[in-house]
Design a binder for this molecule. Sequence first.
Ligand code: ZN
Length: 263
Amino acid sequence: MTARWVELADGVLVRRYAELDLSVGLLLGDHHAVVVDTRSNPDQGAELRTAIRQVTPRPCTVVLTHAHFDHCLGTAAFLPAAVWAHSRCRDDLARGGAVQHAEALAWSRAHGMPRDAALVRPVVPDHLVTNNVDVDLGDRRVQLIHPGRGHTDHDIAVWSPDTGVLFAGDLVEQGADPDFTDAFPLDWPTAVTELLQMTPRTVVPGHGDPVAAEFVAAQRDDLAVLADLCRAFLAAEIDHDAAVSLSPFAPPATVAALARLDG
Ligand SMILES: [Zn+2]
């Protein structure tokens, strides 16, 4: 499996993985470092922990952007550590991880990749974000932001004010359509607008390459078009087929978004 570090700013890195086109963040401080997401299982988390040790000897604080399997099931490799997440992410992981495990198995089967069938209980975050929280790394601080419902009801973005780098989790997606499986399509554009108010120089999506704010604004605009189509569908002004054909996103993504309107 190929993986590589890319330095986005002084002491702010992203580790890019071919599997899932995943991006994991690392922010270095003189007291400790923050790692943004931990990959899909404890072995992958251990690979990441080893790779981080080659960059910094400092202890790691973990931030989980959300409770999808590919972002949170590697956390055990970082313990003991403070693990930050939204309170609803904590609640989700405290249920024991069966949902994440099933998602991981389904993904592995679909991609013909072996995966241990044994359920690994996820680490339950012990530091909670409800709105916004500052985390002090010693010589710099980062801000953990919950911009409202979007990709899930508990997304956290990590903002580095001194470098202008924003780790957006799956609120932003590059190289594929956004994932609406657990999304709130009517609210998602507003959450992205909230992130853009930080005026980031570089935005790191949960999947895909780092992007500029202009890319994020364009994706927000597409999300807003879809949200309008969803509202028109709910008002019976257009039918399902019309919503799919008019959407800026591919049919599977739009169908998934429309299926989320009942909740
Ligand atoms: Zn996700």
